[in-house]
Design a binder for this molecule. Structure first.
Ligand SMILES: Nc1ncnc2c1ncn2[C@@H]1O[C@H](COP(=O)(O)OP(=O)(O)O)[C@@H](O)[C@H]1O
Ligand SMILES: [Mg+2]
Length: 256
């Protein structure tokens, strides 16, 4: 298995008391899968993602990627957050080139790669603009282009569209779906939005809080091209809504 999480557990001290943020979480992810971690705020989604990305350590259990224990972040994996993380003094092109700089490529080569991903995310013509002149959606596109430009094996995304208005969010969802299928990346995407998860994921890992755990794993029986108005999509979305209303922890691996 490409990504293997085994009995991952982690606690934080909150107000003198122990809070179990991850309680014996186990999860396997295949190469090329688009997996959404879905659940209410505080259920440990970001913690699990940060552990996978190598930013945080477990108390017990293990996380392996490609057979190797994850102990620190890797340049082969990138993380995209909600707040874009752009450098305000750099223009779009220079922001996208940022991740390529450690590679010491020739200037032209670097520019060509950056341009390819700027075009891919639909920002052609805005290369010389600075982030403050761009909308939130455009800024997040820069951040996505910068991530893709380093040609990572895995992309971690933590509520990347959370700060965007509904229409911009849908456009970015359309694009990230298309890009993920074309570029065949493994994507682990955190969201608390059921509809977003149903639209994007191959599998949805449904999490619950107190203690933070996996409630169920839903395989999304939709193809690569998805349509929010189709009967198939609405059926799947409604099934996931129903799953959230089930009180008891249900079956691991839930087939719609
Ligand atoms: N550094 C920290 N110190 C103490 N508690 C934390 C820390 N990070 C997260 N928590 C707590 O862990 C729980 C899960 O957090 P998080 O993984 O951010 O959840 P989610 O992303 O699902 O909203 C929350 O109750 C949060 O308050
Ligand atoms: Mg979070």
């Amino acid at each position: 298995m490409y990504i293997e999480v085994k009995n991952a557990s982690k606690r934080y001290k909150v107000g003198g008391k122990d809070a179990v943020v991850l309680d014996n979480v186990s999860l396997d992810i295949e190469k090329g899968e688009f997996v959404c971690l879905l659940g209410p705020s505080g259920c440990g989604k970001s913690t699990l993602l940060n552990v996978l990305a190598g930013f945080e350590k477990l108390e017990s259990g293990s996380v392996k990627i490609d057979g190797a224990e994850v102990v620190s972040p890797s340049p082969k994996r990138i993380t995209i957050f909600q707040n874009y993380g752009l450098l305000p003094w750099r223009n779009v092109l220079k922001n996208v080139e940022l991740g390529l700089e450690p590679r010491k490529l020739e200037k032209d080569r670097k520019r060509k790669i950056a341009q390819k991903y700027i075009d891919l995310v639909g920002l052609t013509g805005l290369e010389k603009q600075h982030p403050r002149r761009l909308s939130g959606g455009q800024q997040q596109r820069v951040s996505i282009a910068r991530g893709l430009a380093v040609q990572p094996e895995i992309i971690f995304m933590d509520e990347p569209f959370g700060a965007l208005d509904a229409i911009t969010r849908m456009k970015l969802q359309d694009d990230i779906l298309k890009i993920s299928r074309e570029e065949k990346k493994t994507i682990i995407f955190v969201t608390h939005d059921i509809e977003e998860a149903a639209f994007l994921a191959d599998r949805i890992v449904v999490m619950m809080a107190n203690p933070g755990r996996i409630k169920s794993i839903v395989k999304v029986p939709l193809g690569d091209h998805r349509d929010r108005t189709s009967e198939d999509f609405l059926y799947v979305r409604d099934k996931i809504f129903e799953l959230f209303n089930l009180k008891a922890d249900s079956y691991i691996e839930y087939y719609i």
